[in-house]
Design a protein around this ligand. Structure first.
Ligand code: ADP
Ligand code: MG
Length: 302
């Protein structure tokens, strides 16, 4: 993956985004959700976009998948700019070339597992015999065969997300976009889905983009990008960014810290859950103490 496209990466990347921006609202209430984000994702790559709640992850993913039009910038899927496409052509491109996976699974409750998986194939008018065959292969691969006639309500969270993964794959798209795919799953099931997404990138040669704040997925990603206030930063470029825990003053790696809390529009990181809890009870108290700059640290504590 490259942040800035060269002419060769423009030709080969499955997904390219150039200077994407999106602002919601106007005037005083305007929120710049995504601010000049560029990225390339090639086939076989799994790119993880992390960031705290409200940092613009869903907005960015929606623009990458042609579900939301950017105010500025462009998205190219397999080299094709999507901005100029009419609504129907864009819908076709989404259905045929992009598989979406959402945190809430978004399965149709009235349909069986098999019919949920087949749904995108019907949408694009794929020959039904071949689509059924593919759905069966996917159910086999994702250990869902015994569930093929069940309705989603009868399934566990992990099974529902596997159905959503199979549905995303049924039209064999080169690009998979997943929004918090493990957000509703326990640790074991979350790991399982993460490994599955890894396999979908590596073994199938698809380009996979996952947005999440789940630290468990980090190990399997080729690239981890950090979205903060709508802006993207490559973790490799800032691998050792230290922040100060405002409670105990310990230095904490801003990228790997799992204990986080937002206060007054800023995100703080903590060495442990107990420090975060203390901070949550009385943030002003710790922020007042935090005024004195420390040697080697700037005013921001980083
Ligand atoms: P994330 O997925 O990282 O939690 P979002 O992309 O959902 O972040 O939101 C980024 C920012 O844009 C937030 O401040 C959010 O309130 C705002 N936002 C998102 N969608 C809309 C919308 N449809 N209308 C107005 N503001 C929005
Ligand atoms: Mg979101």
């Amino acid at each position: 993956m490259t942040r800035k496209g060269t002419s060769s990466s423009r030709e080969s990347a499955t997904l390219q985004a150039r200077e994407l921006s999106k602002t919601f609202g106007f005037g005083d209430t305007a929120v710049c959700a995504v601010d000049q984000v560029s990225l390339d994702v090639h086939s076989g790559e799994l790119v993880l976009i992390k960031g705290p709640s409200g940092s613009g992850k869903t907005t960015l993913l929606s623009m990458l998948g042609g579900l939301l039009r950017p105010d500025h910038g462009e998205v190219l899927v397999e080299g094709q700019p999507i901005a100029g496409l009419a609504e129907t052509a864009l819908a076709d491109l989404r259905a045929q070339r992009i598989g979406f996976i959402f945190q809430a699974y978004n399965l149709l409750s009235a349909l069986s597992v098999e019919d949920n998986i087949l749904f995108p194939a019907r949408l694009v008018g794929a020959p039904l015999g071949a689509a059924r065959q593919r759905a069966r292969e996917l159910m086999e691969r994702l250990q869902l065969t015994h569930r093929r006639r069940s309705r989603p309500a009868k399934l566990s969270g992990g099974e529902r997300q596997r159905v959503a993964v199979a549905r995303a794959l049924v039209n064999d798209p080169p690009l998979i976009l997943a929004d918090e795919p493990t957000g509703n799953l326990d640790s074991y099931r979350g790991q399982e889905v993460a490994m599955l997404l890894h396999e979908i990138a590596r073994e199938d040669g698809r380009a996979v983009v996952i947005v999440t704040h789940d630290p468990r997925i980090e190990d399997i990603a080729d690239h981890v990008l950090w979205l903060e206030d709508g802006r993207l930063r490559d973790r490799r470029e800032e691998a050792h960014e230290w922040a100060r825990d405002p409670v105990c003053n310990m230095q904490v790696d801003r990228w790997t810290a799992t204990e986080r809390s937002a206060f007054a529009g800023k995100e703080y990181v903590f060495c442990s859950a107990s420090c975060r809890e203390l901070f949550s009870r009385e943030p002003q108290h710790y922020l007042q103490q935090d005024q004195t700059p420390q040697p080697g640290l700037n005013q921001e504590g980083v």
